[in-house]
Design a protein around this ligand. Sequence first.
Ligand SMILES: Nc1nc2c(ncn2[C@@H]2O[C@H](COP(=O)(O)OP(=O)(O)OP(=O)(O)O)[C@@H](O)[C@H]2O)c(=O)[nH]1
Ligand SMILES: [Zn+2]
Length: 299
Amino acid sequence: MKIEKGIVTRFHSNTLELIDLNTREKITAFLRGKFKLQKITPIVGDYVEYSIENGTAKIENILPRKNLLYRPKIANVDQTVLVTCLKSPKVDYLIIDKFLVQVEKNNLDCVIVLNKVDLLEKDEIDEFLKIYSPLYPVVLTSAKKKIGIEEIKPYLKNKISTFAGMSGVGKSSLLNAINPGLKLRVGEISEKLQRGKHTTTYTELLKFDFGGFVADTPGFAAFEVYDFEPDKLQNFFVEFHEHSMYCAFNDCVHINEPHCGVKDAVENGEISEIRYKNYLKIYNEVSEYQKKTRRKRWK
Ligand SMILES: Nc1nc2c(ncn2[C@@H]2O[C@H](COP(=O)(O)OP(=O)(O)OP(=O)(O)O)[C@@H](O)[C@H]2O)c(=O)[nH]1
Ligand SMILES: [Zn+2]
């Protein structure tokens, strides 16, 4: 029996759709009964081994997952493409930083795409770059004017990506510009997610012509998931790490403590003041959230 490798891209009622990793062919496969007994079910993004007997493809084995994302539910996500704009709709840096907290919490690589640059002045773009380009790769784009589209492709090639970002920033427009004809239903699905009615089982991986996959559902739809203690927040601000080792206190959260390496770095301009202020705001929100849920648990 010959075993081939594929990636699960979508579910039908009792079959799965795979893409063969060698031939890139689309294959409809059945799940063997043993998986039900083992209580393992593959999900979109899973790398699997499958066999073909009498013209029927069957999943034989689910390969170990690198990670598992819940919103949308996908295995083996390599990165998030955080799409934002600054105008129309207005997006402030706090929203961007909240998305970045989610990205870091899930331990994902991230590329930031600043879209709608056709609406921005040079100094607005420069300010954005000054804050974020030391932290993450930043690509400047306009889906409308077809600027920066080629620059995104190398980041997407041969990887599994999710696109994240506020509604209206241009995620679908960008994907259409990157790969015209990509079967998209981003807007439709994100709306459902926001209303919380539908499960995320409808997620599908779409294949780029140049290699690589993208989820058709935006990531982190409900992004204010503060299911961590406030003192963990600093881990998700990547630029704090190298400075926090100079803090006098081991458990410094860089707010009221004396001799704080992070606050020093803010003062001498090594850490962006805007990012630090957003850290404080999010810290308070996480604290409030944790207090509330603790009270509920006691009731
Ligand atoms: N000026 C300008 N408008 C753009 C650009 N990219 C997208 N738009 C417009 O912005 C609006 C929203 O774009 P979408 O691609 O639907 O945004 P989205 O992020 O997919 O939104 P959701 O599906 O709600 O999550 C549309 O009217 C687009 O035509 C751009 O680069 N410049
Ligand atoms: Zn500190």
